[in-house]
Design a protein around this ligand. Structure first.
Ligand SMILES: NC(=O)C1=CN([C@@H]2O[C@H](COP(=O)(O)OP(=O)(O)OC[C@H]3O[C@@H](n4cnc5c(N)ncnc54)[C@H](OP(=O)(O)O)[C@@H]3O)[C@@H](O)[C@H]2O)C=CC1
Ligand SMILES: N[C@@H](CC(=O)OP(=O)(O)O)C(=O)O
Length: 374
């Protein structure tokens, strides 16, 4: 795989820092452009950002200068692949500008997730949705497009659900979340609000979780998304955990299944390695779902790093008196739930040849001559 240069919009934030960490030694992608708010533009990354991860800030990135947060006016050439991790309102304004300028925008934001021509993708679950980018107006003009990854709770949830949906069908689903404070970005929730406390409200979270799960588990008919027909009800809570979203799930299946069959199906789930075109994507975990036998698992302190933060850990599968089965799951909200998810989307787009910008009219000749994406 040829190396491609990439940019990060929102590079100084909680998710932006994860992008920098995960891209530090990436075999296919190299960071060549970073941007954040106007407050940060023109500063070096180390001056603009309070680095909050336990691995060191790469020296090369520390010295990089944050560029204007628009496609124009950059002191360095704009790469054609932009990872975006800015708030939804900002994404709504900025992401289309980058797509119009010919960039593949791989977005974490909720702004366009439910768009009629915008794929919302977890590669192990619904890679076929990616073809819908061809319908985006900018794809036809500049070659640019927007692809999104889901809400952090939705990603962790759909991995085990996809197995259930595929083998037995899901009729109903109830999920109650316990979401880490890092999900609110930095500085996020005030310590005086969250320490020793649980907050049973996260703005728009329940609505997003419900509609995104249905889109992810649905299909595409004649180029239009057809949401899954399961009924989903979500309750979301903020808890005093730093990283890792825990979810308590109850599910009613369309066909009967035993606990042994369900656990065996989760353990057998290796979708990115199947078929004649099997490619190991650098960010793909060996197992998207791991089932933990311990009666008191999963736990954020013990299970968060499974699969380098890209695996959903599931445990406590047992009969449910209301529906058929209930279980608990844990997923890393800033890795599988955000930066790692976007990276995996970029990797699958690369493998599928969706970064073939050359066949589209150039935005300007200088960019077309670039060796970066050629
Ligand atoms: N944290 C998580 O677990 C998850 C977050 N997300 C989503 O990812 C996105 C980013 O979240 P997160 O990193 O947590 O948020 P943060 O608040 O930690 O970071 C926000 C980033 O956006 C930048 N920014 C602010 N204003 C602008 C602007 N006008 N133009 C360009 N950049 C701007 C900030 O730059 P500056 O430093 O200059 O202010 C910073 O880099 C959000 O949409 C969020 O909903 C998705 C899944 C999980
Ligand atoms: N709202 C989530 C994180 C998030 O940013 O979600 P979304 O990407 O859907 O805006 C949380 O607080 O844990």
């Amino acid at each position: 795989m040829e190396r491609r240069q990439v940019g990060i919009l929102g590079a100084t934030g909680a998710v932006g820092q994860r992008f920098i960490q995960l891209l530090a030694n990436h075999p296919w992608f190299e960071i060549s452009w970073i941007a954040a708010s106007d407050r940060s533009a023109g500063k070096t990354y180390e001056d603009a950002c309070k680095w909050r991860l336990s691995t060191p800030l790469p020296e090369r990135i520390a010295k990089m200068v944050l560029q204007p947060n628009v496609p124009e006016g950059s002191a360095v050439e704009l790469p054609r692949i932009i990872f975006s991790s800015v708030d939804s309102d900002i994404a709504k304004e900025l992401e289309p500008k980058f797509a119009a300028a010919g960039c593949a925008v791989i977005s974490n934001s909720s702004a366009f997730r439910m768009g009629a021509d915008v794929p919302l993708v977890v590669p192990e679950v619904n890679v076929d949705h990616l073809d819908v980018i061809e319908q985006q107006a900018t794809r036809k003009t500049s070659g640019g497009y927007i692809v999104t990854n889901p809400n952090c709770c939705a990603i962790g949830l759909v991995l085990p659900l996809a197995v259930l949906e595929q083998k037995w069908g899901i009729e109903k689903l109830f999920v109650s979340t316990m979401q880490a404070v890092s999900g609110a970005g930095y500085p996020g929730v005030a310590s005086l609000d969250i320490l020793g406390n649980v907050i049973p409200y996260i703005k728009n979270e329940e609505e997003k979780l419900q509609e995104e799960v249905a889109k992810l588990l649905g299909g595409v008919n004649d180029g239009a998304f057809a949401p899954g027909d399961m009924t989903v009800s979500a309750m979301c809570h903020r808890v005093p955990v730093i990283d890792g979203h825990t979810e308590a799930v109850s599910v009613k299946l369309k066909k009967p299944a035993t606990a042994e069959e369900i656990i065996a199906a989760w353990r057998a789930f290796k979708p990115l390695h199947q078929g004649a075109d099997a490619t190991h994507l650098p960010s793909a975990p060996d197992s998207p779902v791991v089932y933990e036998e311990g009666v008191d698992r999963p736990q954020p302190r013990l299970d968060l790093e499974t699969g380098n933060g890209m695996t959903t850990t599931v445990g406590r599968l047992r009969p449910c008196t209301l529906f058929d089965w209930k279980f608990t799951l844990l997923s890393h909200n800033t890795i599988r739930g955000a930066a790692g998810a976007a990276l995996l989307n970029a990797e699958i787009l690369a493998v599928l040849g969706k970064f073939d910008f050359r066949k589209y009219p150039p935005v300007n000749s200088a960019r077309e001559e670039s060796s970066v994406n050629a």
